[in-house]
Design a protein around this ligand. Structure first.
Ligand code: 5GP
Length: 144
């Protein structure tokens, strides 16, 4: 996949938005859906995706919808801060395969980081235990 291309309505995040495949939800409204990353780079790794838009990346996000979406990204980051009390929070977003993007529906990663803690590798390894993800999602959701 390159930086430029056609939006695939069957990408996994689009399927989650349609309810065709499950995810562990943290937050949802008419603008965005936030859910736990199945290959967390650190405990609490959450993804926030925009709804009702065919944007593969940040460059393709309609300007009119960007502000409301970014408010949700911030809302989830603040909830992670309150719930998990990390020392830092990494907010990441990739555009195009060479940058690290693997799923082609716009998303921001919100990754809590502890002092001196190294992050696990990106989008690889063993998937996390669903019950453990649900427990984390509940803790974060309590602050939204
Ligand atoms: P990207 O590489 O596109 O920036 O990030 C895609 C993210 O989606 C990765 O962090 C990866 O772990 C996550 N991911 C891939 N497949 C699934 C899935 O089926 N469910 C969930 N919850 N996350 C996924």
């Amino acid at each position: 996949m390159t930086l430029h291309g056609k939006y695939d309505p069957d990408n996994i995040f689009a399927k989650m938005l349609r309810g065709d495949i499950p995810c562990v939800k943290v937050f949802e409204d008419d603008v965005a859906l936030a859910f736990m990353d199945i290959f967390p780079q650190a405990e609490g790794h959450t993804l926030v995706i925009p709804k009702d838009v065919e944007a593969r990346n940040l460059l393709e996000m309609p300007k009119k919808k960007l502000g409301a979406y970014m408010e949700r990204v911030q809302k989830v980051a603040k909830a992670i801060d309150k719930a998990l009390k990390p020392d830092g929070i990494r907010v990441m977003q990739f555009n195009g395969a060479p940058s690290g993007q693997t799923v082609y529906h716009l998303h921001f990663h919100i990754i809590p980081v502890g002092e001196g803690q190294s992050m696990r590798s990106h989008a690889s390894g063993e998937p996390a235990d669903t019950e453990a993800l649900k427990a984390l999602a509940d803790r974060i959701a309590a602050y939204i």
